[in-house]
Design a protein around this ligand. Structure first.
Ligand code: FE
Length: 306
């Protein structure tokens, strides 16, 4: 967890254009498990190895993109403490009572300088990962599609990368693991609250609150390859990969959900510890930083966002 008690990415609310089409894709192709639906028609899903009630919520809307990214914190005292710290940093917070979001405790909402809406919460109902906690086995039965283990991270695009960086590092206790510098300007910041090389990333563009991608973790390079097979078989719009990032060293493939939201399947990357030095890439090395094998930029990768 972060030095201020942020445990991990908890869930993401994704705006989709057609809820039935999105549900079909997220359940049967991506292979998430549907756990609930609320009175507004939002669909709640989890990756198989997560124990909490949900990590992805699909919300029908006129435009695709990110509605909310939420982080789980250790306990109620941490939630209260972080709320004060965010206010003291100069960002307004809004508190939502327990169960105003399905199966979830009290939530604190705020908007980061890049225009993204975040929430913190300390409690979510446990539904388990499909295996017992005593003598559990290694994989839940009857998984569909790509079936990643976990929701891993989001990459988000906005204009004030430095502002969101300061909020996440100075207030929420995240650490910078890697950055891309164009001269004196930080044009991308990769931030961790865990042992992962990133839990959230901010990328600069002159826009507010845009989504670059939502990423899901698998065990191995072989599972990234399996994901590529499933993407091709299912005629899912494919963008790049399987390949490897320079940044994080992760193995990756990018593709799009039916609403045009970019998804990633991600594997590997190094273990992050707080005493490890942050890495810097210079903008002239950006092609290698993004796609280490190809060493060239994908035009859509830098321009398509939701
Ligand atoms: Fe990613």
């Amino acid at each position: 967890m972060s030095s201020q008690g942020v445990l991990r990415p908890g869930h993401v609310i994704i705006r989709v254009l057609d809820i039935q089409e999105a549900r079909e894709y997220y359940v049967n192709v991506l292979g998430l498990i549907e756990t609930d639906q609320d009175a507004d028609g939002k669909v709640y899903l989890k990756a198989w190895d997560e124990h909490d009630h949900h990590s992805v919520v699909l919300q029908e809307a006129d435009v695709p993109g990110l509605e909310v990214m939420a982080f789980k914190v250790t306990d109620d005292a941490t939630l209260k403490n972080l709320t004060e710290k965010i206010e003291n940093f100069g960002i307004k917070t809004e508190i939502f009572a327990s169960n105003t979001h399905l199966a979830t405790g009290e939530r604190v909402r705020f908007t980061a300088p890049t225009g993204h809406v975040f929430e913190l919460y300390a409690y979510k109902e446990l539904v388990g990962n499909g295996m017992p906690v005593v003598n559990p086995g290694v994989k839940a039965p009857n998984l569909k599609g790509i079936h990643p283990n976990n929701f891993d991270h989001c990459a988000l695009i906005g204009d004030d990368v430095d502002g969101s960086y300061r909020l996440f590092v100075d207030v929420l206790g995240f650490q910078l693991t890697e950055r891309v510098m164009a001269g004196e300007n930080m044009i991308a910041a990769f931030l961790s609250c865990s042992n992962k090389p990133h839990d959230v990333a901010f990328i600069h563009a002159p826009v507010k609150g845009k989504l670059h991608h939502v990423s899901f973790a698998v065990d191995s390079w072989a599972h990234v390859l399996n994901a590529a097979d499933k993407i091709a078989e299912s005629e899912v719009p494919h963008e790049i990969g399987p390949t490897r990032h320079g940044i994080t060293r992760g193995e990756t493939i990018y593709f799009f959900d039916p609403s045009g939201n970019r998804n990633e399947i991600f594997s590997g990357g190094y273990l992050w510890y707080p005493d490890r030095p942050a890495l810097t890439w210079t903008a002239d090395e950006l092609p290698k930083a993004l796609f280490f094998h190809e060493r060239k930029l994908s035009e859509t990768f830098l321009s398509v966002m939701t």
